[in-house]
Each structure stands twice: as structure tokens, then as C-alpha cells.
Write a protein that binds this ligand. Structure first.
Ligand SMILES: *Cc1c(COP(=O)(O)O)cnc(C)c1O
Length: 353
């Protein structure tokens, strides 16, 4: 950033002064996300996890209490249990099925209620407006990790949530080639969020922002493709004897399906299923037989991925008892080919016994 003369340089309140403080490319991406989320302002950070840790650091101080849904993204839990703990913040986890019971957990020093809907890996849906209202009534800021639905299928601020969090790494990026996160805020919460971002000195570079911006231009056609393929496979998996349960909020059999229907405009390409019996050996046999599904942790990209889910850190939303949990990220490949690949996994299970 170059200024034509000293007088211009001394002028306060200019939109662009220094890279960290924002560039036209970053402003364009922030504005696009604001339009999708219905937010007052958005900040960009270098990863989805940073989009969780930044608002927690912005709104929590030593001596505060933080309520976090038990089915939260694993690394978020680690941040709460390590960094926040060291800084003197107490984290308390709550059952995603707690409903109005959340009110009883609010304390005078509860400053943040962190939600995720659906929950990571097990996909529980909570009543977002109810939780956000309870947080607000108790003087706490509510935040929701909205990565799964994207703003195309859910807008947390419309349900009273203060901050909507995204791993742009997933569907907005869409091509498994970048890391970024965003936090979109209400008018009342934005300044504090932006101040924290600048105090910590985190922002993103223009080239990365450009890639997310480009990915977002096709998100509207990619997401329905992920949605439809995932629903087809989920419904098919429900018919298989090797499967005890499918954990997908858009399936009528899912326990919190009605909450999903009432609040969400669609479903995306990530869901889990529970094998009917077996343990780690069976999970490995199934996964190792897959050829089209890669073994990988990320999701939201063009290619299908699978993994065995670890739920050992859960206090309330515990691991299903029937068997191991397999998570699928359904990409943009042909659904029939993906089904054939999963059939090979079941075949490998049969060969084991
Ligand atoms: C992947 C993910 C994140 C973190 O995103 P990164 O860019 O990988 O740090 C945060 N929340 C949820 C729900 C995620 O799935």
C-alpha cells in the first residue's frame, strides 16, 4: 500500500492503509459472505479452527464461564480444554438434546454459548433459536459453527445467533486446495470481533481470498449435487443389513429430524453410519477396501472421503453401542460408482467373518 504524499498518509479513517488491516479483495469476500449470512460484518482468518478460537478469545476473559455443545468439532474442544483453561476460562459441555434445560446451566459469569448444528460426526440438531434466546437473556454472546449447512441451507443470525462461524476450507473453497475461516457478526458484536482480530494480527492474503471467492461462485450448483448424492447413499445404507443406523439429519429416522426440517433449508454431503457390530478391525477392513472414497479428514471438496470417527471425548452425545461409526464425505463423483465402492467395503466385512 503506497500513499501519494504525507498529507494523504496522515489522514485517518481511510479504508485501506496496510495489508493486515484489509485489502479490496478481502473486503469483496467479506461483503459476499455478509450478503449470504445476513450479517453486519465478517472477518476472515487463516483456518476454520481460527474462526472458532478468535471469537472465543474476543468475548471471554479470566473468570468467565463458557457453555459448549458436547458434539462440538474435536479441535474446538481441545482449544477450550487447553488454551481457554490456561487463561482462566471454565468450559462446561452440554447435551445437544438439552433443549430448554440450557437455561439452568447459565451462570452470572456465562459470557459465551457455543453451538454447532448439526453436531460434528454424530449430526445432532438443536433448537437454535431457543439456545440463542437463552444465551441472550443471560447476557452471553451466542456463536454457531455453521460449516455443515453453509449459509445456503442455514442462516444462524436469522435465528438470533450473534456470530456465524465457517470453515471456508470446506464447501466455499470446494476444491480441497485452501484453508480459510470466517466469522460473521451482528452489528452489536462486530467491533469487538474486528478489534480482537487486529490485536492478534490475523488476516488472510488476497490470493487465498480470491480462491474462496471463485469457489463460492459455484457453491450454489455444487451443494445440491453433494446433497442429492449423500441422501441417495444414506437412504441406500439404511437398507443394508451391515448397517445398524445412519446418522443423517435429513432422514426421517434420525432422532432430531424434525428440528432439522423446521430450521434448515437443505442438507449437505457429510454424514455418518454405524456398522452393525464389530470394532476397529471391522472398520479398518471396510475402509481399506474402498477405492473411490479416499481416507481423509477434510470434507466439502469435490472428492469423496471416508474415515472411522473417534467419539471417545464425548460426555453426553456418546458413541453408539452397536458398532464403529464411519463418516462419509460424499463428493461429486457418480453416485452409482460410489455405491459400488461401498459394496466392496461390505464385501470385505463378509470376508473377515
Ligand atoms: C473442518 C472444520 C473446522 C476447521 O476448519 P479448518 O479450516 O480445517 O481449520 C471447524 N469446524 C468444523 C465443523 C469443521 O468441520
Amino acid at each position: 500500500m503506497l500513499f501519494p504524499d504525507t498529507a494523504t498518509m496522515r489522514r485517518r479513517g481511510q479504508p485501506f492503509t496496510y495489508g493486515l488491516r484489509g485489502t479490496p479483495t478481502l473486503r469483496a469476500l467479506e461483503a459476499a459472505i455478509d450478503e449470504l449470512e445476513g450479517s453486519h460484518g465478517t472477518v476472515l482468518v487463516p483456518s476454520g479452527l481460527a474462526a472458532v478460537s478468535l471469537p472465543l478469545l474476543a468475548f471471554l476473559s479470566a473468570g468467565d464461564h463458557c457453555l459448549v455443545v458436547d458434539s462440538v468439532y474435536g479441535p474446538t474442544r481441545l482449544f477450550c480444554d487447553t488454551m481457554l483453561k490456561r487463561l482462566g476460562v471454565e468450559t462446561e459441555y452440554f447435551d445437544p438434546a438439552i433443549g430448554a434445560g440450557l437455561r439452568a446451566l447459565m451462570r452470572p459469569n456465562t459470557r459465551v454459548v457455543l453451538l454447532e448444528a448439526p453436531g460434528s460426526n454424530t449430526f445432532e440438531i438443536l433448537d437454535v433459536r431457543e439456545a440463542a434466546d437463552i444465551a441472550r437473556a443471560g447476557g452471553a454472546v451466542s456463536m454457531l459453527d455453521n460449516t455443515w449447512a453453509t449459509p445456503l441451507y442455514f442462516r444462524p443470525l436469522d435465528f438470533g445467533v450473534d456470530l456465524s462461524i465457517h470453515a471456508l476450507t470446506k464447501y466455499p473453497g470446494g476444491h480441497s486446495d485452501l484453508l480459510m475461516g470466517s466469522v460473521s457478526a451482528t452489528k452489536d458484536t462486530f467491533d469487538r470481533l474486528r478489534d480482537a482480530q487486529m490485536q492478534l494480527g490475523i488476516n488472510v492474503s488476497a490470493d487465498d481470498a480470491y480462491l474462496v471467492f471463485r469457489g463460492m461462485k459455484t457453491m450454489g450448483v455444487r451443494l445440491p449435487a453433494h446433497r442429492d448424492a449423500a441422501l441417495q447413499l444414506a437412504a441406500w445404507l439404511e437398507t443394508r443389513d451391515e448397517v445398524a443406523r445412519v446418522l443423517h439429519p435429513a432422514l426421517p429416522s434420525f432422532p432430531s429430524h424434525d428440528l432439522w426440517r423446521r430450521q434448515f433449508g437443505g442438507s449437505s454431503g457429510l454424514f455418518s453410519f454405524v456398522l452393525a457390530g464389530g470394532g476397529r478391525r471391522e472398520a479398518a477392513a471396510f475402509l481399506d477396501a474402498l477405492r473411490l472414497f479416499g481416507l481423509g479428514y477434510s470434507w466439502g471438496g469435490f472428492e469423496s472421503l471416508a474415515l472411522e470417527v473417534d467419539l471417545s471425548d464425548r460426555l453426553f452425545a456418546k458413541a453408539p453401542s452397536e458398532g464403529p461409526v464411519i463418516r462419509l464425505q460424499v463428493g461429486l463423483e457418480d453416485v452409482k460408482d460410489l455405491q459400488t465402492d461401498l459394496e466392496a467395503g461390505f464385501e470385505a466385512l463378509r470376508d473377515l467373518s
